[in-house]
Design a protein around this ligand. Structure first.
Ligand code: AMP
Ligand code: GLY
Length: 428
């Protein structure tokens, strides 16, 4: 049996859970994480290479005889890391720059969905200096709320849901005036608001066949009851009961299949993980967004439920042989609560000693995100610090198991939502 040395790119909770899952594979040789975190350090060798410098990734891969590079976050993919590695003969799991445009350019994604008749919100695009045209479009439509989106990657800060024309006009100007946004917002997508509940489906594709790994629901807002600012995600649960078998079948037929064949027709076959963010509306499921990677924290609840060997699938996907496998998940519910630093997603302090990780049940999982190690002490080092994942036969049991363990971990200024998963209970 061949064994594979793997280099995992990234250092968040998502990457700790990917490393944890890869570690269970009989096919795994050496596992490296760049940059990794104190969680991956326990199961992989963290390496200090600059992942934005693609040449140094190739150098490392050659030096350590890496058989597969697995890319966690979107930025390197959108910037073309997969293409660069392929051009240098290093096998990689993750979409090409062209395929990653499904996440990297909202205009590209909207045009693509229109062309292939994939259900999504109606839209129009404007250059950021076409303020008058955009405003007159919004006025003529006269449907509020209206959604304004920066075309490019904006770290979750590029979407505004505007209740009035006034607000839309202010936000549109913000796209040109805000230094952090203007780079992503050369083009602005003006989109219809979709009413419904959000959920996401995760797909693995080799460019030709695509298979659903699992589904989940994220909690993007900082506060209980979905209030306050948007974050990277404060918790997730899986599966999401809002996605009934009938809806999932519709998602496969109307969204997944045309997306994969559409990308083939565009001559950018999609290889890697495709995250499909959905709105379950009265008219059925519609695409809110595509992402070119696993979600964080959705990955942390999905991978523990996933019964296949992830490395095996990644290797088969790279070789375009994914159709050889059936995918399986267990029948447990899982819940993930993110422990954050007080102040996140705004300013927060770092360096707070973390206690109690060793008090967590053996059946619960703790994935590191913004932590660092000083001597033998783990301290906070980011906004989202740790992910606690619990499980159960029912969603309620999974929630209870998770929070029981969350309460065992303490640090100065720890903040977490107390209602992760509650939205799902009304469906069961
Ligand atoms: P995106 O980055 O496109 O996923 O947008 C971020 C969040 O904004 C989504 O997760 C939704 O909660 C919300 N959102 C985006 N587009 C729409 C839409 N057309 N209708 C309703 N909510 C939306
Ligand atoms: N949790 C949302 C994301 O990963 O995009």
């Amino acid at each position: 049996m061949a064994i594979y040395n793997v280099l995992l790119i990234g250092g968040g909770g998502r990457e700790h859970s990917i490393a944890w899952k890869l570690k269970q594979s009989e096919l795994l040789g050496a596992l490296y994480a760049a940059p990794g975190n104190p969680g991956t350090e326990q199961i992989a060798q963290n390496v200090d290479i600059d992942i934005a410098d693609f040449a140094s990734v190739v150098d490392f891969a050659e030096q350590k005889q890496i058989d597969l590079v697995v890319v966690g976050p979107e930025k390197p993919l959108v910037d073309g890391l997969a293409d660069y590695l392929e051009e240098h003969g290093v096998p990689v799991f993750g979409p090409s720059r062209e395929a990653a445009k499904l996440e990297g350019s909202k205009e590209f994604a909207k045009k693509f969905m229109k062309k292939y008749d994939i259900p999504t919100a109606g839209y129009e695009t404007f250059a950021s200096d076409e303020f008058d045209q955009a405003l007159s479009y919004i006025r003529k439509k006269n449907q509020f709320p209206v959604v304004l989106k920066a075309d490019g990657l904006a770290a979750g800060k590029g979407v505004f849901i505007c209740e009035t024309e006034d607000e839309a006009s202010r936000r549109f100007r913000q796209f040109t005036e805000d230094e952090n946004l203007s780079k992503a917002a050369g083009t602005v997508v003006v989109e219809e608001f979709m009413q419904g509940e959000e959920a996401s489906v995760f797909v693995i594709s080799d460019g030709h066949s695509a298979k659903v790994i699992h589904n989940a629901q994220d909690h993007k807002r900082i506060g209980d009851g979905d209030t306050g600012l948007n974050t990277g995600g404060m918790g997730a649960y899986s599966p999401a009961p809002v996605l009934t078998p009938a809806i999932l079948e519709q998602v496969e037929r109307e969204i997944i299949l045309p997306t994969i064949t559409g990308m083939q027709l565009e001559e950018s076959p999609y290889k890697g993980i495709l995250y499909i963010g959905l709105m379950i509306t009265e008219d059925g499921p519609k695409v809110v967004e595509y992402n070119c990677r696993f979600g964080d924290p959705e990955c942390q609840v999905i991978l523990p439920s996933f019964e296949n060997d992830l490395l095996d699938l990644m290797i088969l996907s790279e070789a375009q042989r994914l159709d050889e496998r059936e995918l399986k998940t267990d029948n447990q519910f899982r819940c993930c609560v993110v422990l954050a630093s007080e102040g996140y997603p705004g300013k927060y302090e770092k360096g707070k000693p973390i206690k109690g990780i060793d008090q967590v049940d053996p059946e619960a999982l703790v994935f590191h995100a913004g932590t660092s190690r000083t001597n033998s002490q783990i301290v906070t080092a980011g906004g989202r610090v740790l992910n606690v994942v619990g499980s159960g036969d029912t969603l309620q049991e999974a929630i209870d198991h998770t929070y029981k363990n969350v309460r065992r971990i303490t640090f100065d200024g720890v903040y977490y939502r107390s209602d992760i998963g509650r939205k799902g209970l009304k469906h069961v």
